[in-house]
Design a protein around this ligand. Structure first.
Ligand code: SD4
Length: 343
């Protein structure tokens, strides 16, 4: 039977959730969640610094989080020095295929996957959200829709760096994702265009933001894992896996080995854990722990990172392994945070 006293107590405790953490174990160090207020934007990896600046063009003027997360990741999609968009590593047949999704404060969402020859998949995902009765369009259908919406069809050719990377890869033709390949800094101070083994060093950006009105949105865009099988999708275009927003609770996005993020419906899991009272960092950590439990000793072969913002302005991130960074920007803070990790 419904017990009113218990209900009142539970509500009181959950309203104190930020300060009293019922999930804290004795082995966990004391955690003081960073609260930055709003607006705030977070994005994955060090390329997130430039992307956040793009988002800030919108957020800083009191604009909507949705517009900010689109504008922000478009910076990365167009960057010559980063390979999220058409300059990225191809699949194992030599074609660049792009995935992206976007979600707003009303739980509207749109996604494109296995999209070729379109420079800004994130904007096509937004059109899917706003102009169709659907959430996902893939492959030639997504491309047909993009062209009908006026997006130019770019040439089907690899960037010089990607061509070189693909030629190197073909020598062994071995699908072996590199942990932290996205972290330009971990591969040298000057962000090399591609690594000694021939792989380009970036493929994904996930971004989440809260605007001055306190509304949340998120975006995620990627070329997926380099030299993947043709037609392979990761978590990035999948709402609930690569990205999830619940405007009452918070927003989360993921990066790393997409197959393992999908297995636990990663970003949705993080948001649900925040709903239960965990801070963003604790929620990201718990989600990563689930992946570690599943992968066991194979966990060392992969990287997974989550970032999250809670409705009260707290933010955080957590990774499976060392080397995952995320970029944070507010009115007076702009920094790259090295995420804590399980391994
Ligand atoms: C994928 N999650 O396609 C993406 C890859 C990624 O940084 O995040 N790389 O599985």
């Amino acid at each position: 039977m419904f017990n009113r006293r218990k209900f009142v107590e539970a509500s009181f405790l959950s309203s104190l959730g930020t300060f009293i953490n019922p999930f804290k174990t004795s082995s966990e160090e004391e955690f003081i969640p960073p609260v930055l207020g709003k607006p705030v934007v977070l994005s994955t990896w060090d390329t997130g610094i430039a992307a956040n600046k793009g988002a800030w063009e919108v957020l800083g003027k009191g604009g909507r989080a949705l517009d900010a997360v689109e504008a922000g990741v478009m910076v990365t999609e167009s960057s010559q020095n980063c390979c999220v968009g058409l300059g990225a590593n191809p699949d194992r047949d030599g074609f660049v295929t792009l995935d992206a999704c976007i979600m707003d404060e009303f739980s509207n969402c749109g996604s494109v996957a296995f999209l070729e020859r379109i420079k800004h998949p994130i904007s096509v995902a937004r059109r899917v959200m706003e102009k169709t009765p659907h959430v996902m369009l893939v492959g030639s259908g997504a491309q047909q829709f993009a062209v009908a919406e006026g997006f130019p069809l770019e040439k089907q050719e690899l960037s010089p760096e990607a061509k070189q990377a693909y030629e190197n890869w073909l020598k062994k033709s071995e699908y072996k994702p590199v942990v932290n390949i996205e972290n330009t800094k971990s591969h040298g101070p000057f962000a090399p265009q591609y690594l000694e083994n021939g792989e380009l060093n970036h493929d994904t950006i996930g971004m989440i933001a809260m605007d001055a009105k306190g509304n949340l949105s998120g975006s995620c865009t990627t070329s997926g894992m380099g030299f993947k099988m043709r037609g392979r999708l990761g978590d990035s275009p999948i709402i609930g896996a690569g990205l999830f927003v619940d405007n009452e609770i918070g927003a989360a996005t993921a990066t790393g080995q997409g197959e393992d993020v999908i297995r636990i419906a990663g970003s949705h899991t993080v948001v649900e854990l925040m709903r239960q009272g965990l801070s963003p960092e604790q929620a990201c950590k718990k989600a990563v722990e689930r992946i570690l439990r599943i992968k066991k000793d194979k966990a060392k072969e992969i990287q997974i990172g989550f970032i999250a913002i809670k409705k009260n302005g707290e933010y955080g991130g957590y990774a499976l392994q060392k080397g995952f960074s995320f970029a944070v920007k507010t009115g007076n803070v702009e920094k790259l945070v090295q995420a804590k990790s399980l391994i």
